[in-house]
Design a protein around this ligand. Structure first.
Ligand SMILES: *[C@@H]1O[C@H](CO)[C@@H](O)[C@H](O)[C@H]1NC(C)=O
Ligand SMILES: *[C@@H]1O[C@H](CO)[C@@H](O)[C@H](O)[C@H]1NC(C)=O
Ligand SMILES: *[C@@H]1O[C@H](CO)[C@@H](O)[C@H](O)[C@H]1NC(C)=O
Ligand SMILES: *[C@@H]1O[C@H](CO)[C@@H](O)[C@H](O)[C@H]1NC(C)=O
Ligand SMILES: *[C@@H]1O[C@H](CO)[C@@H](O)[C@H](O)[C@H]1NC(C)=O
Ligand SMILES: *[C@@H]1O[C@H](CO)[C@@H](O)[C@H](O)[C@H]1NC(C)=O
Ligand SMILES: *[C@@H]1O[C@H](CO)[C@@H](O)[C@H](O)[C@H]1NC(C)=O
Length: 232
């Protein structure tokens, strides 16, 4: 079992999650704990407009086979015979609506790709409570607005955070610099202003900040009024 779990999770996965996943696999084979993930997908389907019928044609919940949701378009499970969502990839489907908070019922999801749709409204303030184990979050090329939530800094497993091509405004929370695993970070083409975070372990380039009205610091020009020279 342990070897199997390691194979499924791959070597980049945090140890704590390996044991968490193992517990899930053991407990779910006995009970209906995976019902929450079915509720998760039902809620997502219900909350999004789907003008091209990607979800309507594929996400059919009239089934009782364990693992049936794993065949749905865009859904990848921890194990193909178990209704437990690992990744959700709903890129470029013309989806409309708000960030689907029902995703909080996909309790062990690690990858969320909602890029290149027509989603709008804010990124939820409690995003870290909604998807606490996310390693990859791609919300790029939508119409999300408002600020970048500070709570993203609590999604401590994040490797990839793509927020580019939206309408996000205000400052980038400096706390994001604390994300110890971040490798890819992009906020290009938004309405952001102010200093960029200082990342401890990532080398973020100018292109990742491009086309915002007022970002400064880091790889960009120094912030107005800042006299200190770069300290790295
Ligand atoms: C669900 O599927 C069963 C057969 O598998 C069918 O008899 C029933 O009408 C279906 N219900 C709905 C709501 O589609
Ligand atoms: C339920 O899902 C399984 C797995 O995708 C599929 O093989 C089966 O035909 C489905 N049953 C119904 C009634 O749709
Ligand atoms: C999560 O699922 C439960 C049922 O398992 C449901 O009552 C609840 O409304 C769902 N939460 C969200 C945010 O969709
Ligand atoms: C996040 O906030 C939304 C509304 O603001 C709420 O419906 C949801 O239950 C919250 N989720 C968690 C996991 O706290
Ligand atoms: C994006 O949102 C802005 C307001 O925040 C709105 O004016 C614009 O029409 C939206 N664009 C699309 C393509 O939905
Ligand atoms: C983020 O984590 C800190 C420290 O654990 C906590 O105090 C804070 O409430 C969390 N913020 C959110 C939005 O979850
Ligand atoms: C960071 O990236 C820039 C350009 O992409 C490169 O010039 C620089 O050497 C890199 N710095 C480190 C420490 O890797």
């Amino acid at each position: 079992m342990a070897i199997f779990v390691n194979m499924v999770l791959g070597r980049h996965f945090p140890k704590i999650l390996i044991s968490y996943g193992l517990c899930l696999l053991l407990s779910c084979s006995l009970s209906s704990c995976t019902e929450t993930d079915v509720a998760c997908l039902k809620s997502i389907k219900a909350s999004l407009e789907d003008p091209f019928n990607y979800l309507k044609s594929s996400w059919d919940f009239n089934n009782s086979t364990e693992g049936y949701i794993c065949r749905f378009t865009g859904v990848e499970c921890w194990h193909p015979d178990e209704n437990k969502v690992l990744n959700l990839r709903l890129s470029d489907m013309g989806l409309k609506g708000r960030f689907p908070v029902g995703i909080q019922n996909c309790t062990s999801i690690t990858g969320v790709d909602l890029s290149s749709n027509n989603l709008d409204g804010p990124i939820p303030d409690n995003i870290s409570a909604i998807i606490p184990f996310v390693t990859s979050l791609d919300l790029s090329s939508n119409n999300f607005s408002g600020g970048i939530p500070k709570a993203l800094a609590n999604c401590t497993y994040l490797n990839i955070l793509k927020l580019d091509h939206n309408q996000l405004s205000g400052q980038i929370p400096p706390e994001l610099g604390l994300l110890a695993r971040i490798k890819t970070f992009s906020v290009a083409n938004n309405l952001l202003t102010g200093p960029v975070p200082t990342f401890q372990n990532a080398n973020i380039s100018r292109e990742d900040y491009a086309n915002n009205p007022g970002l400064c610091g880091g790889p960009l020009d120094p912030c107005p009024g800042s006299s200190k020279s770069p300290h790295t």
